[in-house]
Design a protein around this ligand. Sequence first.
Ligand code: ATP
Ligand code: MG
Length: 567
Amino acid sequence: MMGDDDSERSAPGDDVWGQARAMLDGLDGGLNIAHETLDRHVAAGHGGQVALRWIGKDGASRDLTYADMAGMTSRFANVLAARGIGRGDSLFCLMGRVPELYVAALGALKAGAVFTPLFSAFGPEPIRTRMEIGTARVLVTTPGLYKRKIAAWRDQIPSLELVLIAGDDAPEGCVALGPAMDAADPVFETARTAPEDPALIHFTSGTTGKPKGAVHVHNAVLYHAFSGRHALDLRPGTVYWCTADPGWVTGTSYGIIAPLVNRVTMIVDEAEFDLDRWYGMIGREKVEVWYSAPTAIRMMMRAGVEAAAPYDFATLRFMASVGEPLNPEAVVWSEKVFGQPFHDNWWQTETGGIMIANRPGMAVKPGSMGQPMPGIVAGIVERDGDSVSELGTGKVGDLALRPGWPSMMRAYLHEEARYRKAFVDGWYISGDLALRDEEGYFWFVGRADDLIKTSGHLIGPFEVESALIEHPAVAEAGVIGIPDDTAGEIVKAYVTLNPGHDPSEALERDIRGHARKKLGPAVAPREIVFRNTLPKTRSGKIMRRLLKARELGLPEGDTSTLESDET
Ligand code: ATP
Ligand code: MG
């Protein structure tokens, strides 16, 4: 069995990283993400290509070429350097999806600083905690966000020396970025960072608890280049739209770095999800590759197939999804609407890049995350104290990875013990449970924390949720286990309904009956309650731990990433 599994795996690691390295330029033995994403393309004669097409909330658009971006990031780096900010300094960014955010990210990296993005929708407390954990020296933000969320406590962060404010005016004690950039030199000698120098800090989504700060290095760009090419089919000139906000890792790894290192033209939409805006965007901007998330896809499904009918999707060549399990129903639905499936892929803040994917050209099995990327060795394992053994085909276990790929986190900030705990017996243990089938496809079961134990069965919430949303009335579902004297735990589901359906006892019975038919009585939810919304993180993940805490009247724990919800 093990022998078979090995032969199914991709080419040996060494070769793959050599290939990935060949996609880059390098800087006299150094490596800098800003150079790889911008300046080397300009040097190669592609300065005139649009790097970023920004679409404002009001629909106005603005094109920034690779040459524009290279120049602006150099000016930004000079603004920092003139104020004594450079190698290793921590720079935070709190902004919506505006061009300044992209300039700040790559300008900071150019100067050798370490970049941390935050969701602009975060409240003051989550912003402050993260800036304290990350010892922020610089903050880049907007006048409104500064006034509403920062000004009151800014003086209480001793490390914070410089606050840059987008636009022409800045409150007292801050520097207006517009005039500072205008006055700065458009030429900057990119910091010769070493491949292992820190580049980015990303906080995890906080789905299971207090967010951790994962540290990533410049060498990650190797894997961004490689996976952008091979998991998302990004090629020079591709028109690409990643809907994720840079406030979480997808919006940076695949919303800034992977696309630009692959010299695509990326679409950046300032606005949040809106069905007609999104459908219209594809045809209007001739989007070829689209990377989105299950929560958005389920919103599209909720509007029905007819809502998509007036739009033109002919330019789409590849569609992918990440962040949460992609229900089989969503894959089948997307084939109907777009003529091709959303390709699910799996990774984490910690892994820095896509690890398991339905790659272009692969046969998609609806409900499967696909197969490990070339160079990535994934296994389904079982821990026994300090040792780890691989499980055979079809067995549910910990989804684990062999460390060593370039975009792997190098630390959890100030949480050395927690970091070390993730590595056991030569494996990185992801915290997710999955299984592998005979053909080497991986299937997500649930987060280890969310697993439900009922009458001797182990149940992953994903399976139950997927069955529930196949019922025509159900839009979304969150499933948890609640303690029960006889069964250990019983399965309870929270569901939201599609338009045209109203909560009723009869509907509850009908959905339960549907689930029992699909799943059998041992796995089907014993109880179903209707909700208008489910609690989710800002990155769109259902927070099952909150459903559970609220159900049991327990403390809610860290809710800093919670999107405002009603219960
Ligand atoms: P925290 O670690 O703070 O609890 P989080 O794990 O949600 O938050 P992220 O790193 O943003 O933070 O998310 C990674 C997790 O998201 C994965 O470990 C997995 O549980 C889930 N996930 C991502 N992609 C997929 C996918 N394609 N299928 C199933 N689950 C996925
Ligand atoms: Mg996690």
